[in-house]
Design a protein around this ligand. Structure first.
Ligand code: ATP
Ligand code: TPS
Ligand code: MG
Length: 391
């Protein structure tokens, strides 16, 4: 890598400098929604010997505020964002561990409420809690209110770090963001490592110009929820007029069923899929990157993205209409949508549309075609890069 990248990418580059991203038991390493691990001598078991692994942090004042998230909302969303990464890999959620950094503000009743909703979500997917760690940190105290006018005691604080595991159903294939997997297999083989290339995964598949981008799920709703809640700090008041937006922000529903369906479809036509966590504006270029960490030298694909108002939720349209905002741009920036974005070969796209219709997949929409140029949005080249914690 010649140039130092900034923001989150720069930190990931530094991690790559110190930690190798290959191992005989790792079929797909860092750089995707999940890593794919396998157990030794398990080739005969095929995909059932694969595990998807993913981690996400959920931190106070970066991801949520206790002023408008209840303990129940926090427990739900901390796990939901992890399950979303499994869903985007076509994996069936299986287990999780969670590391909890508490402050003096979470009492016994608070913990009960948080654990109840996390357990409800875990039970929905038959996930077992297989470990974790607990600690408590003192709150950072300031003399004055924060810039946003918040209580001086709210700085620092509560943090939930979750790692989740998923497995692959019989006949389902892991859904990757890009052709990294195929290339990693080739690289491992060239390096003389033992890899099981005969597995029914998407080895050899690669994205091409003319392939079709699609999304599943609402976009922009969670961002609207964030805007409203940040402005008023009042959940009940926001929910009166914008109930779906508030719910999308506080209690997202990971698209597990949809991910499993896509993983079945991918047996016929290769698909490249990721979850939309930072918003389409940020995440589409990631989906189109010809692999981040291992083969960073390759030029990314582009795409001509077209979003039309009729595919957006009425709450986003109403809010943007009232506030003089372009609803399509608002939804394209999004953030914390936790829908799925994918790429399908052009010749497979009609079959994908029919498949999603047959299985009553809601909010399935084509987004445009993959190109060898830049990423354009409604005919314009994006001026911003989208959400990044570090920029
Ligand atoms: N501290 C870290 N150590 C090792 N790998 C990391 C670390 N942070 C991120 N990564 C890896 O970098 C890749 C990109 O991270 P990122 O958080 O953007 O992915 P993600 O989990 O899909 O994002 P999101 O949480 O928004 O869904 C992932 O493969 C992730 O495992
Ligand atoms: C207080 C507060 N400030 C900002 C945001 C917005 N935000 C936080 S994380 C994220 C993207 C996904 O996270 P990650 O990339 O960590 O998975 C976005 C859009 C928020 N929710 N709350
Ligand atoms: Mg993800």
């Amino acid at each position: 890598m010649s140039e130092k990248r900034s923001g989150e990418d720069g930190i990931l580059d530094l991690i790559a400098k110190y930690f190798p991203n290959r191992h005989p038991h790792m079929l797909l390493g860092r750089g995707d929604d999940c890593a794919l691990m396998t157990v030794p001598q398990a080739a005969a078991l095929g995909n059932s010997a694969l595990f998807a692994v993913t981690s996400d942090i959920f931190a106070e004042n970066a991801h949520f505020r206790t002023s408008y998230f209840t303990a129940s909302d926090i427990g739900h969303k901390a796990l939901a964002v992890n399950i979303s990464d499994l869903a985007s890999n076509g994996a069936k959620p299986c287990a999780f561990s969670f590391n909890l950094t508490l402050t003096e503000r979470q009492d016994h009743a608070w913990l009960e409420e948080c654990f109840q909703s996390m357990a409800d979500l875990a039970n929905r997917y038959d996930m077992v809690l297989c470990g974790g760690d607990l600690t408590k940190v003192p709150l950072t105290r300031t003399k004055e209110k924060t810039q946003e006018g918040l209580d001086p005691l709210t700085l620092g604080g509560l943090n939930i770090g979750i790692t989740a595991w998923g497995t692959y159903e019989h006949g389902g294939v892991p859904l990757m963001r890009h052709r990294a997997y195929a290339k990693n297999l080739a690289a491992e083989k060239n390096a003389g490592r033992s890899v099981q290339a005969d597995r029914p995964v998407q080895a050899g598949a690669c994205m091409r110009e003319g392939d079709i981008l699609f999304r599943i799920g609402e976009i922009g709703l969670a961002r609207l929820g964030l805007f409203l809640l940040e402005e008023t700090q009042d959940k009940a008041k926001c929910a009166e007029k914008y109930p779906h937006a508030v719910n999308a922000h506080l209690r997202p529903s990971p698209l597990v069923r949809e991910g499993l369906l896509l993983s079945r479809f991918a047996k016929e036509f290769p698909l490249f899929v990721m979850d939309i966590s930072d918003g389409l504006m940020r995440d589409i270029p990631r989906l189109l990157a010809r692999q981040g960490l291992v083969f960073a030298d390759e030029k990314a694909f582009g795409a001509d993205i077209v979003l039309t108002e009729d595919t957006l939720s009425s709450e986003v349209r109403e809010y943007c209409g009232k506030n003089g905002l372009d609803p399509c741009l608002f939804a394209y920036k999004g953030g914390e949508d936790y829908g799925l974005a994918g790429v399908c070969a052009k010749e497979g796209f009609p079959a994908l549309q029919a498949f999603c219709k047959k299985h009553a997949v809601e909010h399935f929409h084509a987004l445009g075609a993959v190109t060898n140029g830049a990423v354009t949005f409604n005919r314009q080249i994006a001026e911003e890069a989208g959400f990044d914690h570090f920029q």
